[in-house]
Structures are given as structure tokens and as C-alpha cells.
Design a protein around this ligand. Structure first.
Ligand SMILES: Cc1cc2nc3c(=O)[nH]c(=O)nc-3n(C[C@H](O)[C@H](O)[C@H](O)COP(=O)(O)O)c2cc1C
Length: 276
């Protein structure tokens, strides 16, 4: 089936998502069609993100599910150009952090619990465990992804910034983060520059990610060569090189490919999140 259906002018966005025109959804909705259009934006116009837009984005983030309703996350909205420049320097010098009018830093935040315990003179011992660190990271990730869906629905664009974890202690100092908290990723937000050479990036086929009843590695990997070809074609079309497999293997090759993040356990310990 063509990606554009000439009879109805409906675009097969699921086909674009998988780089496979034959993949068609039999059930869909406006929300799903919106999500299928996601792409990271790394070039922004200088137009600011308004305070009302920020409030709407955070309302969507707050609407995500959260472990035991602990809501163990916070987000720091950074608009000051000098602070964005310093944060960009710490996050692999990615220039879109400076260019984006708004940089959101998502924080796994167990300190709110500590402040409550201190206020009420209650014991608080659970945050030393890995489970609590994971809880904060999961809560922050769910909130942030809700924010991405929301901001895209407002015509804005964004890109996550995992490079925040290259220097979490310096991020904490710059942002005045309390102990028992750590910045887990950033999100550069703004109005997409329409001249950016980027598009919806094909994802792994459903055969690779969806298992029925039990995990089946053989079946899951059968279509990886076809996906490699699809991603290589996407990369060629956008002036990039390589396919998927080689990038995955390079990214996972060893400590050297972690850009300093292999030190994270010690850093969490010093941020009073020892993750035992
Ligand atoms: C947690 C996380 C961290 C990321 N960090 C970066 C980053 O530091 N720099 C960057 O350019 N993209 C970053 N990305 C964006 C991914 O590269 C991007 O989502 C992926 O290539 C898929 O492309 P798409 O979002 O356009 O579909 C990150 C994404 C996630 C989810």
C-alpha cells in the first residue's frame, strides 16, 4: 500500500513509522496518529515558549502515572542564555541546548520525601536502595514523555539530552539540586526550525519488540537485517552514514563509549542515592 492513499488522502503514518508501506493499522485514534508523527527536533527558531505553554506541558507531565503516587520527580525550566551555555558545555557541547528557548532538566527527586520526614520527625530509610533510585528515574521518564506528547500537540518540538548524565554533579551544582536527587536527562524545547533535515525515523519492526506469551529471541531477531536496511536508507536520505546494528554495537562497546557515565554509581552515592 502506498504511504499516501490517493483515494482518501489519508497518510499511512504507521507505515512511515516502520519504514514499511505494507504496515497498516486497523485501529487508530487521533492520539495514536499524533504519536506516530514524533521526531526529535535539534534546530529551533528563537521564538520563546510562553509561560502558558510551559504550564500546559507540566500539567501533561503531572498527569502521568507515578509509583505509589509518590511523584518522585521535579523539573527545572532553564531559559537564561548563560546558564544554558554552561549546561551545554557540560552536556557534550550540544548547541541545540543554547539555541532552544527552553531547556527542561528532569530530576529523580527523593529529597521531597526527606524534607517531609524531617518536618514530621519521621524515619526515612528506604531511599538508600536501588528500588528508590529506579522509582525516581521511572517517574521522571514517564512525566517527561507525557510532556513530549503534549508539547508536540502545541506545535513545539524537542529532543531529550541524556548527556546530562556525563556530569551529574556539575549539573546539580549549577541547578542548586538538593541531596537525594539527580538530573536524569534534559529536554531542549522550542519551535522547530522548518529547514532542519530530519524526519520520522523508522523503528524496529513489531516482530522484533512484541513477543507472544514468552520471549522468542530467534523470531525477534529475524527481521533485524531488513530494519538495518531501512535505517541505512533513512540515514542516507538525511546525510548520515551507517546502519542500526553498527551504531548499537558502538554505543554498547565498553566503558569508553559511555562518555563518563560509567562513573554513575559513585556519583549517585555522593548525591545521597547510594542505590544499594
Ligand atoms: C533518554 C534519552 C536521551 C537522549 N539523549 C540525546 C542526546 O544527548 N543528544 C541527542 O542528539 N539526542 C538524544 N536523544 C534522542 C535520540 O537520539 C532519539 O530519540 C532517537 O535517535 C530516535 O529518534 P527520534 O526521536 O527522532 O525518533 C535521547 C533520547 C532519549 C530517550
Amino acid at each position: 500500500m502506498p504511504l499516501t492513499d490517493s483515494t482518501s488522502t489519508t497518510i499511512n503514518r504507521a507505515g512511515i513509522r516502520y519504514g514499511d508501506p505494507d504496515f497498516v493499522l486497523g485501529a487508530t485514534s487521533p492520539v495514536i496518529e499524533h504519536q506516530l508523527r514524533h521526531r526529535s527536533v535539534r534546530a529551533f527558531l528563537p521564538t520563546p515558549v510562553t509561560e502558558e505553554e510551559l504550564r500546559a506541558i507540566v500539567a501533561a507531565a503531572s498527569s502521568a502515572s507515578t509509583s505509589s503516587n509518590l511523584q518522585a520527580w521535579s523539573v527545572i525550566a532553564v531559559t537564561d542564555p548563560e546558564r544554558k551555555r554552561r549546561l551545554s558545555d557540560l552536556a557534550a557541547r550540544q548547541k541545540f541546548i543554547i539555541e532552544a528557548p527552553l531547556f527542561l532538566v528532569w530530576v529523580a527527586d527523593l529529597d521531597r520525601g526527606h524534607r517531609l520526614a524531617e518536618r514530621d520527625s519521621k524515619p526515612l530509610g528506604a531511599t538508600v536502595y536501588l528500588e528508590s533510585t529506579l522509582l525516581g528515574v521511572i517517574d521522571a521518564a514517564l512525566a517527561a514523555q507525557n510532556a513530549v506528547v503534549a508539547l508536540e500537540s502545541l506545535g513545539l518540538g524537542s529532543v531529550f539530552v541524556g548527556a546530562v548524565r556525563d556530569h551529574p554533579e556539575e549539573f546539580a551544582e549549577e541547578l542548586g539540586l538538593p541531596p537525594h536527587s539527580v538530573a536524569v536527562f534534559g529536554l531542549a524545547v522550542g519551535h522547530p526550525d522548518p529547514t532542519e533535515d530530519a524526519d520520522v525515523k523508522p523503528r524496529l519492526p513489531q516482530t522484533a519488540v512484541l513477543h507472544r506469551e514468552t520471549y522468542d529471541a530467534g523470531r525477534a531477531d529475524a527481521d533485524l537485517p531488513a530494519y538495518d536496511e531501512r535505517l541505512a536508507a533513512y540515514n542516507r536520505a538525511h546525510g548520515l552514514t551507517g546502519a542500526w546494528t553498527e551504531r548499537v554495537l558502538a554505543r554498547l562497546a565498553g566503558a569508553a563509549s559511555l562518555a563518563g557515565r560509567e562513573r554513575l554509581r559513585g556519583i549517585l552515592e555522593r548525591r545521597d542515592l547510594p542505590s544499594r
